[in-house]
Design a protein around this ligand. Structure first.
Ligand code: NOJ
Length: 729
C-alpha cells in the first residue's frame, strides 16, 4: 500500500502541473487515478480541514433512543460525514451544496445511516435472514435497501452487523446472522457485495460498514455494552472470520465496537484496528467509531479525559469519530504536543477520501429528488421482502396440522395477530407500521373461509379478561392460529433480557385456548431464540416467524396455506431453558464423556439445534460418496450426496456439510459447518449436492495469531446423521 502511495505521490506531482494549467486541480479531475487525486487533495489541506474530515456529526433526528442527546447544533460545511436521518434527499442537498460551494476545497460530505434490514421496504431482521440459508436472496434485499437509501440521500449504510452471538439474552442477537462463523461469513460477503455492487460509483450502490469490530456479541451474560472476555484464539476462530470475509468482499468501511476486548476496548484496540485489519488484511477503507465510543473510553476506565480518549483511539487506528464531537476540539493540540503523529492523521484522511472518491461523490455530490412513488415500496421490492420472509420462517413442530386444509375455519388469536409495528423489529430504518401487512390482514385475503379474531391478551401484564372471548372464537372454528411473541422493543440495542421465555400471560393464553379442543398452531414473532418449554409441548404446530418485516402477513399466509413450503433452518440454537445459555452447536468436547458434568435438573440438549427446521415434504438422504477417502494438502476431493424429495410438495432443501477434526493441537469443536447449499427439489425428484474439499480452507484451523494450521490425520465429513472418514496425508 505504502508503495502505491509513494508512486502516486510522484505521479501526482507530474500530473498536477499539467492539470493546473487547465485550471482544474488534479483532485477534481475524474480522469486521474484515485490515489493521485487523494495525494493532490491531501497536499492542499490544512490540519483543521483534515481533522474535520475525520469527524461525523448528525443531521436530522435519530429515532433510536440510545443515540439521543447528540444533535449537531452547528454544522460546519467542512465536516467529513453526517449521520443522516431524513426520509428524503432535500436536507442532504442543502448541506452538500454548502460543502461544495462554501468551503475552500469543496470536499463532499459522506452521508451515513442505519439501513439495517431495509430503508422503507423493511424485510426480515438479520437473525431471520440467517435462517433462510440463502445469502443470495438476502443480497437481493440489500440491493433494494441500497436503492431506497441512495434515493433518500444516503451514501453509506452501517450494515451488515456480523457479530457472532451465542447468548439470546443479548437484545442485539436480532441484528446478526446467528451463532456460526461460517454461515455469518457467507451473509457478510453477500450483503457487502449487494450493497456495494460492482462499482461503488454506479447508481444503486452504497458503501457497506461491517460492525461491530469486534467481539461485541460476546457481551457477558447478554448484558449490553459490557466487558467481553475473548482469548486471541477465540477471536480468530469465532469473531474475526465474518469480518475477514466482508473485507475480502470489498467492504469500504468498518465500525469499531463498544465492548472492552479483554482489557482493550474495540475503539482503542491497536491489535484489531491496525495489526489485523490494516496490516494483515490490507484494508484500505476507513473505520468509524460507534456512537460516542471514543468518549466511552473514559467510562470504561481506559482514558482519564477526553483528549487522552482521542489520542488512544486515533493512534490505535480509528479513522472517523461518530458524533462524539471530540476530534475537532482535541486533535489539533494532540498533534501539536506530539501525542498523535501527523502520518496517522494523513493515513486516516486518505482512507476517508478514498471511499468518497470511490463513491463518485466529487463528480456527483447531489441526489436527484424523486417523488416517493418512484423510489420506495416498489412492487419488485415488496416481492423480494416477501420471498425473504417466507424463506426465513422456521417450522419447529408440526403434528399433521399444517398446511391448513382448504375450507377450515380459522380462529386467529393473540397479541401479535394485528400488530404491524412489532413485525418490523428493531432498527427498522424509515420503516412505518402502516406499510406493514399484519398477520390478520395477510391471512384474511389468502383464505375464503372466515378468520375469527380475538386478541386474548396483551404481550405482557396480568389482564386475562380477553381469554373468554378467545376460547369462544376457538370453539367456533376448526383450527386455532395463536400469534404470540415479543414486542419489537424487546430486542435490539440496549434490550437485554434475563429470561428468554415469553411472559406468563401468553403461555396462559395458550393453555386457555387449548381447552376448546381444537388443533393449535403457534406463530412466534421474536428477535431472539425463545425458551419454549411451556409452549412447544402444548402446541400442535409451531412456526417461528421472527420479525419478518412489512410483508410478514402475506408470507405467513403463504406458509400456513401451503402455497409456500417452509424451508428456514435455525441459524441459532434454541436453548431448552434460559439456564442452558450459552449453548451452541459448535462447542468443544468436554473432558468427560458419558453423562457426567451435565445438568442434573434439565436435559443437556437444546430444544431446537442449529440447522434444524421442518418442511411439508420429506427428504431422503443417500450415503455420502467420496471421489477419494484420502488427500494431500495440495489436492482436492469431492464429496457428494443425493437427496430425494419423497413427499408430494416441491421444497427447498439446504444440505449442510460439517467437518469434524477429532484430534488437533488446538482443540476443535465437535463439528463445524464448512459448506452449504440450498436448492429446489421438485416433488418426486432428486438432487445431488457436492462439496469440493480444499484442505487449507476446509480442514485447517487458526492459531492465536491468526495463522492457518493444517495437521495430517483423520477428519470426518458429516451431513445429518451420515458421517464418513477422510485422511489427510
Ligand atoms: C449505535 C449502534 O451500536 C450502531 O450499531 C449504530 O450503527 C450507531 N449507533 C449509529 O446509529
Amino acid at each position: 500500500m505504502k508503495k502505491i502511495l509513494l508512486f502516486s505521490a510522484v505521479l501526482a506531482f507530474g500530473i498536477a502541473a499539467e492539470a493546473e494549467s487547465k485550471d482544474l486541480p488534479p483532485y477534481k479531475d475524474a480522469s486521474l487515478p484515485v490515489e493521485t487525486r487523494i495525494e493532490d487533495l491531501l497536499s492542499r489541506m490544512t490540519l483543521d480541514e483534515k481533522i474535520a474530515q475525520l469527524s461525523q456529526y448528525s443531521l436530522g433526528s435519530n429515532d433510536n433512543v440510545n443515540n439521543n442527546g447528540e444533535m449537531a447544533k452547528v454544522l460546519p460545511p467542512e465536516i467529513g460525514s453526517l449521520l443522516y436521518t431524513a426520509d428524503d434527499a432535500v436536507s442532504r442537498n442543502v448541506m452538500q451544496r454548502r460543502a461544495m460551494e462554501e468551503t475552500r476545497l469543496g470536499i463532499p460530505i459522506i452521508f451515513g445511516y442505519d439501513t439495517i434490514h431495509g430503508f422503507r421496504t423493511i424485510y426480515p431482521i438479520p437473525l431471520a435472514q440467517g435462517a433462510s440459508w440463502n445469502p443470495e436472496l438476502a443480497g437481493e434485499a440489500c440491493r433494494v435497501a441500497a436503492q431506497e437509501s441512495e434515493d433518500a440521500g444516503i451514501d453509506w449504510t452501517f450494515s451488515p452487523m456480523v457479530d457472532i452471538a451465542r447468548d439470546p439474552r443479548w437484545g442485539r442477537i436480532a441484528e446478526g446472522y446467528g451463532e456460526d462463523p461460517y454461515l455469518t461469513s457467507a451473509f457478510s460477503a453477500a450483503s457487502v457485495r449487494a450493497y456495494q455492487g460492482e462499482d461503488l460509483s454506479m447508481p444503486g450502490s452504497i458503501a457497506a460498514c461491517l460492525k461491530h469490530y469486534v467481539g461485541y456479541g460476546a457481551s457477558e451474560a447478554g448484558r449490553d455494552y459490557v466487558f467481553t472476555e475473548i482469548s486471541r484464539q477465540t477471536l480468530w476462530d469465532t469473531y474475526l472470520p465474518p469480518f475477514e470475509a466482508g473485507v475480502k468482499a470489498g467492504a469500504a468501511t468498518l465500525m469499531s465496537s463498544f465492548n472492552d476486548i479483554s482489557g482493550t476496548p474495540g475503539s482503542a484496540n491497536h491489535y484489531t484496528l491496525t495489526e489485523v485489519l490494516k496490516d494483515k488484511w490490507q484494508h484500505e477503507g476507513f473505520v468509524v467509531s460507534d456512537w460516542y465510543s471514543v468518549h466511552q473510553l473514559i467510562n470504561q476506565g481506559m482514558a482519564p479525559d477526553e483528549a487522552t480518549a482521542v489520542e488512544y483511539a486515533i493512534n490505535a487506528g480509528l479513522d472517523m469519530d461518530m458524533v462524539d464531537n471530540l476530534f475537532i476540539p482535541h486533535l489539533k493540540n494532540l498533534v501539536d504536543e506530539g501525542r498523535v503523529p501527523m502520518e496517522r492523521i494523513d493515513d486516516a484522511v486518505r482512507r476517508i477520501l478514498r471511499v468518497k472518491f470511490m463513491l463518485g461523490l466529487f463528480e456527483n455530490p447531489y441526489t436527484e429528488e424523486k417523488p416517493e412513488s418512484e423510489r420506495i415500496l416498489l412492487p419488485g421490492s415488496l416481492e423480494v421482502a416477501k420471498e425473504l420472509a417466507v424463506e426465513s420462517m422456521v417450522l419447529l413442530k408440526n403434528e399433521d396440522v399444517l398446511p391448513l386444509k382448504p375450507g377450515q375455519e380459522i380462529a386467529l388469536i393473540g397479541p401479535m395477530a394485528k400488530s404491524c409495528r412489532d413485525l418490523l423489529g428493531s432498527w427498522c430504518g424509515r420503516g412505518r407500521a402502516e406499510d406493514a401487512v399484519s398477520i390478520f390482514d395477510g391471512l384474511s385475503v389468502a383464505v375464503d373461509t372466515p378468520v375469527r379474531y380475538a386478541a386474548g391478551c396483551d404481550f405482557e401484564g396480568s389482564d386475562m379478561s380477553g381469554f373468554e372471548e378467545a376460547v369462544k372464537v376457538a370453539s367456533e372454528s376448526d383450527v386455532v392460529v395463536l400469534c404470540l411473541g415479543e414486542k419489537y422493543s424487546w430486542s435490539g440495542e440496549n434490550a437485554s433480557r434475563s429470561n428468554i421465555a415469553l411472559p406468563g400471560i401468553q403461555e396462559n393464553l395458550l393453555k386457555a385456548v387449548k381447552k376448546a379442543g381444537k388443533p393449535v398452531v403457534v406463530l412466534l414473532a421474536s428477535g431472539r431464540p425463545l425458551d419454549l418449554t411451556r409452549i412447544a409441548p402444548e402446541a400442535d404446530a409451531v412456526l417461528e416467524i421472527w420479525q419478518p418485516g412489512i410483508m410478514g402477513g402475506p408470507a405467513v399466509a403463504e406458509i400456513l396455506t401451503g402455497k409456500a413450503n417452509p424451508s428456514g433452518r435455525l441459524s441459532v440454537t434454541f436453548p431448552y431453558t434460559t439456564g442452558q445459555i450459552p449453548i451452541y452447536y459448535n462447542q468443544r468436547n468436554p473432558a468427560r464423556g458419558s453423562s457426567q458434568g451435565r445438568y442434573q435438573d434439565i436435559p443437556s440438549t437444546p430444544m431446537y439445534e442449529f440447522g434444524y427446521g421442518l418442511s411439508y415434504t420429506d427428504y431422503e438422504y443417500g450415503e455420502i460418496e467420496l471421489s477419494s477417502d484420502s488427500l494431500t494438502a495440495d489436492s482436492r476431493i469431492t464429496a457428494r450426496i443425493t437427496v430425494k424429495n419423497i413427499g408430494d410438495m416441491d421444497g427447498k432443501e439446504t444440505v449442510q456439510w460439517y467437518i469434524r477434526d477429532p484430534y488437533s493441537t488446538v482443540t476443535r469443536p465437535v463439528k463445524e459447518l464448512r459448506h452449504f447449499e440450498k436448492r429446489l427439489i421438485p416433488a418426486g425428484g432428486s438432487c445431488t449436492f457436492e462439496f469440493e474439499i480444499d484442505p487449507m480452507r476446509d480442514l485447517s484451523f487458526v492459531d492465536c495469531k491468526g495463522d492457518r494450521i493444517l495437521e495430517p490425520g483423520d477428519y470426518y465429513v458429516i451431513v445429518k446423521d451420515r458421517k464418513v472418514r477422510i485422511t489427510l496425508k
